[in-house]
Design a protein around this ligand. Structure first.
Ligand code: TXA
Ligand code: MG
Length: 339
């Protein structure tokens, strides 16, 4: 299959949005930019198109998709029995990097929810994404990467993974946030955080003082454990190089990596001058948003350095740092070195 490149700019904006929406309405699958990561979109009503998404990504059948809407009026099309708190969250966090799990409407294809009676819904803030959704209707869109590999934060990452397997990619800029949306379930009491993101646990606690942080956020679910968010039990984001997450002060981390042969250090930019082995910075220790913005790109670069092992300096778990930590501990298959 030839994957059409839809380079969007101010001159061709409307016709490119229309072209992407046309392909989607006709049952195609199209990678679209969002403010978090690129998504691989299909109509939430089209069973055959949804199946193509699972196949192109190599995604396990039991891992449900997020439905993306452009306007609050679309929420009633995809979910039912919507509680007042959902509207409160929508008011505060939409459009933006925030996903709610609600009761599923029978309108949407059951493949979206992989057999669950709930549905994940998000309204992205990216203008291109919203304009495409407005023209096409609700879109189910997982991250536009091969299952298991780091999520794509540029159109080039999408092409590296999915060229020839999808109908088109809308080529826009780099994703601003860089990690996937916060996922919260409102169908349980108390409300539960399933995946941390740029809408932080601290922000959510202001609305939900009893917010539960799901075990899977920081721990590895057991093989037989029933997990609230199926995505959390799969191997994720992993470079091919054996990856470790290192919890340590800067001083100890630097001494540790400088003592090891044949490794790559993924560190903070402030540490670069003192590290003697091959190294990649993923942002500033003082700016967790900078770490989120670059983390997936750096995970994609690690293998190019052909080292035996990679040691990533763990971020703090506060604010959006918790989201970065959550992705990195999965990239490291829960191998943590504490110094
Ligand atoms: O930022 C994002 O959310 C991106 C962009 C493209 O919008 N999308 C994304 O989708 O990250 P995906 O498929 O890579 O991750 C969706 C996560 C998975 O962990 C999945 O298990 C969970 O949401 N999820 C989806 N529907 C669910 C449901 N009904 N109940 C529990 N978890 C659900
Ligand atoms: Mg994903």
């Amino acid at each position: 299959m030839n994957t059409e490149r839809l380079n969007i700019n101010t001159l061709n904006y409307n016709e490119t949005v229309d072209r992407a929406a046309d392909i989607l309405r006709q049952g195609g699958i199209v990678a679209i930019p969002t403010e978090t990561v690129y998504g691989l979109a299909a109509s939430a009503y089209d069973t055959a198109a949804l199946k193509k998404v699972f196949i192109a990504k190599g995604r396990p059948q039991d891992n449900p998709l997020i439905v993306h809407i452009s306007d609050i009026e679309m929420l009633d099309e995809v979910a039912v029995n919507i509680p007042p708190e959902a509207y409160e969250c929508a008011h505060l966090f939409w459009p933006g990097p925030f996903t709610m799990i609600l009761e599923r409407s029978q309108n949407i294809a059951k493949e979206v929810s992989a057999g669950l009676d709930t549905v994940a819904v998000r309204m992205p803030s990216d203008k291109v994404a919203r304009d495409i959704i407005r023209a096409s209707g609700p879109l189910a869109a997982p991250s536009a990467n091969t299952s298991g590999s780091p999520s794509p934060t540029s159109a080039q990452h999408v092409i590296d993974d999915l060229d020839g397997k999808i109908d088109a990619v809308v080529v826009s800029g780099e994703c601003e946030v860089g990690v996937e949306s916060t996922v919260v379930t409102l169908v349980t009491n108390p409300v539960r955080l399933l995946r941390p993101g740029a809408v932080t646990a601290e922000q959510l606690c202001d609305i939900f003082p009893n917010l539960l942080i799901d075990n899977a956020v920081l721990a590895n679910p057991q093989a037989d454990e029933k997990v609230a968010s199926p995505g959390m039990k799969y191997k994720h984001y992993a470079p091919k190089t054996e990856t470790y997450l290192v919890e340590a002060s800067s001083e100890d981390y630097i001494d540790f990596v400088n003592d090891i042969n044949n490794c790559v250090a993924v560190c903070f930019e402030e540490e670069l001058p003192k590290i003697n082995c091959p190294k990649l910075s993923y942002g500033s220790v003082f700016d967790e948003a900078s770490l989120a913005h670059r983390v997936f790109e750096v995970l994609r670069m690690v293998d190019e350095l052909h080292a035996e092992k990679v040691y990533i300096h763990a971020p703090s778990k506060s604010g959006i740092g918790l989201a970065v930590y959550n992705r990195l501990i999965r990239a490291a298959a829960f191998r943590v070195v504490s110094l």
